[in-house]
Design a protein around this ligand. Structure first.
Ligand code: ADP
Ligand code: MG
Length: 238
C-alpha cells in the first residue's frame, strides 16, 4: 500500500459529478501535483483528502490507516491556501505557534519548534513582525511554517503561489521544493499552472472534468501525452 492511497473516490454537488471514481497513490516523501483547468475538481479532491469535505463514495488511507471517516484535526494534515489567512493581530512567531498551542505542548518546546521553522523558511529577523508588514511571498512562507510546525504526515497546498508575482513565484517554487526535500514531506500541490507543475513535481496527475486523465513523471507526460487534451494542456509549456 502507498503512503497516501485514494480509491474510487466520487463526489457530487447538486447532481453535478465533480469527482468521478478517482484513484491516486502517493509514496512517502513524494511531491505530487494535481494539474488541470479551473473547475476540474482539484480543490474538492484536496478538501476531501484533508477531511473538510466528505466524499460520496471511496476510501482514503494515510500511512496505512483508513482515515475516510477521521475528522480533519485527527488526520495529521497541514494545509496552505492561495489566500494567506494569517491572523492579522498576531506576530509571525505567534502565527506559527498558533497550531501548537492547542496541542498542549510545553512553552519551551513551542519556542524551539517555532524558531526551527522560522529558520527553515528563511524569516529570521521577522519574528516580531505583523502580517501587514510582510510581502505576499513572506506571508506565504509564514503560512507554510505554520502548517509544517505541527509535523503533519501530509502537506496539502492549494495554489499557494498563484497570487504572487512571477519572479517571487519562481523563487518560492525553488524554496518550497528544497524544504519539501529536506523534510522528506509527502506533499500534494494543486495548480492550474503547467510550468509550475513541470518545475517542482516528482509526479503529476492531470485532471479534467472530475477525472484523472493521465499520471506520470513530468518527462513522461511531456513526451508521451496520451490524449489531445493532455498534449494541448501541457503543450502550453515550453
Ligand atoms: P478547481 O479547484 O479544479 O478549480 P473545484 O474543486 O473548486 O475545482 O470545483 C469543481 C466543481 O465543483 C466546480 O464546478 C464547482 O463549482 C463545484 N463545487 C465545488 N465546491 C462546491 C460546493 N461546496 N457546492 C457546490 N458546488 C461546488
Ligand atoms: Mg481550486
Amino acid at each position: 500500500m502507498s503512503y497516501v492511497q485514494i480509491e474510487h473516490l466520487s463526489k457530487t454537488f447538486h447532481g453535478q459529478h465533480v469527482l468521478q471514481q478517482l484513484d491516486l497513490a502517493i509514496e512517502k516523501g513524494e511531491l505530487v501535483t494535481l494539474l488541470g483547468p479551473s473547475g476540474c475538481g482539484k480543490s474538492t479532491l484536496l478538501r476531501i483528502l484533508s477531511g473538510l469535505t466528505a466524499p460520496d463514495t471511496g476510501m482514503i488511507y494515510i500511512d496505512g490507516k483508513d482515515v475516510t471517516d477521521v475528522s480533519p484535526k485527527n488526520r495529521q494534515i497541514g494545509m496552505v491556501f492561495q489566500s494567506y489567512a494569517l491572523f492579522p493581530n498576531l506576530t509571525v512567531s505567534q502565527n506559527i505557534a498558533f497550531g501548537l498551542e492547542m496541542n498542549k505542548i510545553s512553552k519551551t518546546e513551542i519556542r524551539l519548534r517555532v524558531q526551527e521553522m522560522i529558520e527553515l523558511v528563511g524569516l529570521v529577523g521577522k519574528e516580531q513582525a505583523y502580517p501587514r508588514e510582510l510581502s505576499g511571498g513572506q506571508q506565504q512562507r509564514v503560512a507554510l511554517a505554520r502548517s509544517l510546525v505541527t509535523r503533519p504526515k501530509v502537506l496539502l497546498l492549494d495554489e499557494p503561489l498563484s497570487a504572487l508575482d512571477a519572479q517571487i513565484r519562481k523563487n518560492l517554487q525553488k524554496q518550497l521544493r528544497t524544504i519539501q526535500r529536506e523534510l522528506n514531506m509527502t506533499t500534494v500541490l494543486v495548480t492550474h499552472d503547467q510550468e509550475e507543475a513541470m518545475a517542482v513535481s516528482d509526479r503529476i496527475y492531470i485532471m479534467n472534468g472530475g477525472r484523472i486523465v493521465q499520471h506520470g513523471s513530468p518527462q513522461e507526460i511531456y513526451t508521451q501525452p496520451r490524449s489531445e487534451f493532455v498534449a494541448r494542456f501541457i503543450g502550453n509549456y515550453n
